[in-house]
Design a protein around this ligand. Structure first.
Ligand SMILES: [Zn+2]
Length: 249
Protein backbone atom coordinates (compact mmCIF):
# COMPACT_ATOMS: atom_id res chain seq x y z
CA UNK A 1 0.00 0.00 0.00
CA UNK A 2 1.30 3.47 -0.80
CA UNK A 3 0.78 6.67 1.16
CA UNK A 4 -1.02 9.59 -0.46
CA UNK A 5 -1.15 13.08 1.00
CA UNK A 6 -3.76 15.54 -0.28
CA UNK A 7 -6.23 18.17 0.83
CA UNK A 8 -9.89 17.35 0.44
CA UNK A 9 -13.43 18.04 1.51
CA UNK A 10 -15.99 15.43 2.57
CA UNK A 11 -18.92 15.51 0.15
CA UNK A 12 -20.74 12.44 1.49
CA UNK A 13 -20.50 10.27 4.58
CA UNK A 14 -22.01 6.84 5.11
CA UNK A 15 -21.88 5.01 8.44
CA UNK A 16 -20.66 1.43 8.32
CA UNK A 17 -20.11 -1.23 10.98
CA UNK A 18 -20.18 -0.22 14.61
CA UNK A 19 -18.21 3.00 14.46
CA UNK A 20 -16.73 3.28 10.97
CA UNK A 21 -17.49 5.48 7.98
CA UNK A 22 -17.02 5.46 4.24
CA UNK A 23 -16.36 9.00 3.04
CA UNK A 24 -16.59 10.46 -0.43
CA UNK A 25 -13.89 13.12 -0.56
CA UNK A 26 -13.32 15.76 -3.23
CA UNK A 27 -9.52 16.06 -3.27
CA UNK A 28 -7.29 18.53 -5.03
CA UNK A 29 -4.99 15.88 -6.48
CA UNK A 30 -7.14 12.85 -7.19
CA UNK A 31 -10.62 14.19 -7.90
CA UNK A 32 -13.41 12.32 -6.10
CA UNK A 33 -12.31 9.35 -4.02
CA UNK A 34 -13.92 6.96 -1.56
CA UNK A 35 -12.11 6.37 1.71
CA UNK A 36 -12.77 4.18 4.72
CA UNK A 37 -12.24 5.62 8.20
CA UNK A 38 -11.92 3.16 11.05
CA UNK A 39 -13.54 4.24 14.32
CA UNK A 40 -14.60 7.63 12.92
CA UNK A 41 -17.67 7.70 15.17
CA UNK A 42 -15.93 6.90 18.44
CA UNK A 43 -16.07 9.95 20.75
CA UNK A 44 -12.31 10.05 21.23
CA UNK A 45 -11.42 9.38 17.63
CA UNK A 46 -8.72 11.70 16.27
CA UNK A 47 -10.57 11.81 12.94
CA UNK A 48 -14.03 12.61 14.31
CA UNK A 49 -14.01 16.24 13.05
CA UNK A 50 -12.32 15.64 9.70
CA UNK A 51 -14.67 12.83 8.78
CA UNK A 52 -17.78 15.02 8.84
CA UNK A 53 -19.76 16.31 5.88
CA UNK A 54 -18.32 19.51 4.34
CA UNK A 55 -15.18 19.63 6.48
CA UNK A 56 -12.01 20.50 4.53
CA UNK A 57 -8.86 18.80 5.78
CA UNK A 58 -5.33 17.73 5.08
CA UNK A 59 -5.50 13.95 4.63
CA UNK A 60 -2.96 11.18 4.53
CA UNK A 61 -4.37 8.00 2.96
CA UNK A 62 -3.21 4.47 2.39
CA UNK A 63 -4.11 3.60 -1.14
CA UNK A 64 -5.54 0.09 -1.03
CA UNK A 65 -6.65 -2.11 -3.89
CA UNK A 66 -10.28 -0.97 -4.02
CA UNK A 67 -10.52 1.79 -1.48
CA UNK A 68 -8.43 4.48 0.16
CA UNK A 69 -8.04 4.26 3.94
CA UNK A 70 -7.63 7.38 6.04
CA UNK A 71 -4.37 7.15 7.97
CA UNK A 72 -4.52 10.61 9.55
CA UNK A 73 -6.07 14.00 8.92
CA UNK A 74 -6.01 17.55 10.19
CA UNK A 75 -8.91 19.99 9.88
CA UNK A 76 -8.29 23.13 7.79
CA UNK A 77 -11.82 24.59 7.66
CA UNK A 78 -15.15 23.40 9.07
CA UNK A 79 -17.49 26.06 7.54
CA UNK A 80 -19.06 26.03 10.97
CA UNK A 81 -21.87 28.55 10.35
CA UNK A 82 -23.36 26.45 7.57
CA UNK A 83 -24.21 23.76 10.12
CA UNK A 84 -26.27 26.14 12.26
CA UNK A 85 -28.53 27.39 9.50
CA UNK A 86 -30.99 25.07 7.75
CA UNK A 87 -31.22 27.22 4.61
CA UNK A 88 -27.44 27.52 4.24
CA UNK A 89 -26.98 23.82 4.95
CA UNK A 90 -29.57 22.88 2.34
CA UNK A 91 -27.95 25.03 -0.35
CA UNK A 92 -24.50 23.70 0.58
CA UNK A 93 -25.82 20.12 0.46
CA UNK A 94 -27.22 20.82 -2.99
CA UNK A 95 -23.82 22.13 -4.16
CA UNK A 96 -22.20 18.95 -2.78
CA UNK A 97 -24.79 16.83 -4.61
CA UNK A 98 -23.93 18.53 -7.92
CA UNK A 99 -20.19 18.15 -7.23
CA UNK A 100 -20.64 14.40 -6.58
CA UNK A 101 -22.29 14.15 -9.97
CA UNK A 102 -19.70 16.03 -12.05
CA UNK A 103 -16.38 15.09 -10.44
CA UNK A 104 -14.83 11.65 -10.94
CA UNK A 105 -11.79 9.82 -9.64
CA UNK A 106 -8.45 11.02 -11.02
CA UNK A 107 -10.11 14.02 -12.66
CA UNK A 108 -7.92 17.13 -12.32
CA UNK A 109 -10.33 19.57 -10.74
CA UNK A 110 -8.38 22.22 -8.87
CA UNK A 111 -10.47 25.12 -10.21
CA UNK A 112 -13.74 23.37 -9.38
CA UNK A 113 -12.47 22.68 -5.86
CA UNK A 114 -11.49 26.35 -5.52
CA UNK A 115 -14.99 27.38 -6.67
CA UNK A 116 -16.66 24.92 -4.27
CA UNK A 117 -14.56 26.11 -1.30
CA UNK A 118 -15.20 29.79 -2.13
CA UNK A 119 -18.93 29.03 -2.36
CA UNK A 120 -18.98 27.32 1.04
CA UNK A 121 -16.87 30.07 2.58
CA UNK A 122 -19.27 32.76 1.30
CA UNK A 123 -22.30 30.81 2.57
CA UNK A 124 -20.65 30.31 5.96
CA UNK A 125 -19.02 33.66 6.59
CA UNK A 126 -21.27 36.26 4.93
CA UNK A 127 -24.93 37.21 4.90
CA UNK A 128 -25.14 37.21 1.10
CA UNK A 129 -28.28 35.65 -0.35
CA UNK A 130 -27.64 31.86 -0.29
CA UNK A 131 -29.80 31.54 -3.39
CA UNK A 132 -27.64 34.01 -5.36
CA UNK A 133 -24.45 32.34 -4.10
CA UNK A 134 -25.69 28.97 -5.35
CA UNK A 135 -26.92 30.27 -8.72
CA UNK A 136 -23.51 31.89 -9.24
CA UNK A 137 -21.84 28.60 -8.25
CA UNK A 138 -23.98 26.69 -10.75
CA UNK A 139 -23.26 28.91 -13.76
CA UNK A 140 -19.57 29.08 -12.93
CA UNK A 141 -19.36 25.33 -12.39
CA UNK A 142 -21.06 24.65 -15.73
CA UNK A 143 -18.50 26.96 -17.37
CA UNK A 144 -15.60 25.06 -15.80
CA UNK A 145 -16.83 21.62 -16.85
CA UNK A 146 -17.38 22.48 -20.51
CA UNK A 147 -20.87 23.99 -20.63
CA UNK A 148 -19.98 27.68 -20.56
CA UNK A 149 -23.04 29.69 -21.60
CA UNK A 150 -22.33 32.10 -24.49
CA UNK A 151 -23.00 35.57 -23.18
CA UNK A 152 -21.10 37.99 -25.47
CA UNK A 153 -22.44 38.03 -29.02
CA UNK A 154 -25.64 36.32 -30.18
CA UNK A 155 -25.12 32.55 -29.73
CA UNK A 156 -26.91 31.86 -33.02
CA UNK A 157 -25.94 34.52 -35.62
CA UNK A 158 -22.75 35.62 -33.86
CA UNK A 159 -23.53 39.30 -34.30
CA UNK A 160 -22.88 41.89 -31.66
CA UNK A 161 -26.53 42.81 -31.06
CA UNK A 162 -28.73 43.30 -28.05
CA UNK A 163 -29.56 39.79 -26.82
CA UNK A 164 -32.57 39.57 -24.54
CA UNK A 165 -33.38 35.89 -24.97
CA UNK A 166 -31.66 32.82 -23.53
CA UNK A 167 -31.56 29.80 -25.83
CA UNK A 168 -31.15 26.37 -24.20
CA UNK A 169 -30.56 24.91 -27.65
CA UNK A 170 -27.73 27.34 -28.46
CA UNK A 171 -26.42 27.49 -24.88
CA UNK A 172 -26.52 31.23 -24.54
CA UNK A 173 -28.02 34.60 -25.29
CA UNK A 174 -29.64 35.23 -28.66
CA UNK A 175 -30.94 38.36 -30.38
CA UNK A 176 -34.61 39.02 -31.14
CA UNK A 177 -34.24 38.04 -34.82
CA UNK A 178 -32.72 34.69 -33.92
CA UNK A 179 -35.39 34.15 -31.30
CA UNK A 180 -38.06 34.26 -34.03
CA UNK A 181 -39.26 30.75 -34.72
CA UNK A 182 -36.80 29.17 -32.26
CA UNK A 183 -38.00 26.82 -29.60
CA UNK A 184 -36.39 26.46 -26.20
CA UNK A 185 -35.77 30.16 -25.57
CA UNK A 186 -36.98 32.43 -22.80
CA UNK A 187 -36.83 36.20 -22.60
CA UNK A 188 -34.40 37.72 -20.14
CA UNK A 189 -34.11 41.24 -18.74
CA UNK A 190 -31.13 43.53 -19.33
CA UNK A 191 -30.28 43.37 -15.63
CA UNK A 192 -30.26 39.56 -15.69
CA UNK A 193 -28.01 39.60 -18.80
CA UNK A 194 -25.61 41.85 -16.93
CA UNK A 195 -25.65 39.55 -13.88
CA UNK A 196 -25.08 36.47 -16.04
CA UNK A 197 -22.10 38.11 -17.75
CA UNK A 198 -20.65 39.06 -14.39
CA UNK A 199 -21.05 35.53 -13.00
CA UNK A 200 -19.41 33.90 -16.00
CA UNK A 201 -16.59 36.37 -16.59
CA UNK A 202 -15.58 37.85 -13.24
CA UNK A 203 -12.40 37.00 -11.37
CA UNK A 204 -13.19 34.00 -9.14
CA UNK A 205 -12.14 36.03 -6.06
CA UNK A 206 -14.85 38.61 -6.86
CA UNK A 207 -17.52 36.15 -8.01
CA UNK A 208 -19.78 36.75 -5.03
CA UNK A 209 -19.19 40.51 -4.76
CA UNK A 210 -22.40 41.60 -6.40
CA UNK A 211 -26.09 41.67 -5.69
CA UNK A 212 -29.30 41.57 -7.72
CA UNK A 213 -32.98 42.30 -7.20
CA UNK A 214 -35.44 39.56 -6.30
CA UNK A 215 -36.83 39.53 -9.84
CA UNK A 216 -33.37 39.13 -11.43
CA UNK A 217 -32.61 36.35 -8.97
CA UNK A 218 -35.83 34.63 -10.03
CA UNK A 219 -34.76 34.87 -13.71
CA UNK A 220 -31.31 33.43 -12.91
CA UNK A 221 -32.97 30.65 -11.00
CA UNK A 222 -35.30 29.67 -13.85
CA UNK A 223 -32.43 29.63 -16.37
CA UNK A 224 -29.96 27.79 -14.16
CA UNK A 225 -32.46 25.12 -13.10
CA UNK A 226 -33.26 24.22 -16.71
CA UNK A 227 -29.63 24.61 -17.87
CA UNK A 228 -28.14 22.39 -15.15
CA UNK A 229 -30.85 19.74 -15.50
CA UNK A 230 -30.49 19.66 -19.32
CA UNK A 231 -26.71 19.52 -19.40
CA UNK A 232 -26.23 17.07 -16.55
CA UNK A 233 -29.39 15.11 -17.44
CA UNK A 234 -30.34 14.84 -13.79
CA UNK A 235 -33.00 16.17 -11.49
CA UNK A 236 -31.33 17.02 -8.20
CA UNK A 237 -33.33 15.99 -5.14
CA UNK A 238 -31.91 18.49 -2.64
CA UNK A 239 -33.22 21.30 -4.82
CA UNK A 240 -36.77 20.06 -4.28
CA UNK A 241 -36.27 20.55 -0.56
CA UNK A 242 -34.94 24.08 -1.16
CA UNK A 243 -38.18 24.85 -3.00
CA UNK A 244 -40.19 23.84 0.05
CA UNK A 245 -38.25 25.80 2.66
CA UNK A 246 -37.47 28.89 0.63
CA UNK A 247 -40.73 30.71 1.17
CA UNK A 248 -39.73 33.72 -0.94
CA UNK A 249 -40.29 31.74 -4.11
ZN1 LIG B 1 -28.80 36.56 -33.56
Amino acid sequence: MSLVRTQGIVIEEVNTGEADKILTIFTNKHGKIKAAVKGARRPRSSVIASSQFLVFSDFIFFKGKDLYKVNSCEVIETFYNIRNDLIKLTYASYAAEVIREVIHENMPSYRVLQLFLNTLFTLSETDKSPELVIRSFEFRLMSLIGYKPRVDNCAKCGQNKECLYFSFEKNGLVCSECDQGSSGTISISEAAVKALRYIIKSDIRKLFSFSVTESVLRELRIISEIYVRDKLEKDFQTLKFIDKINVKF
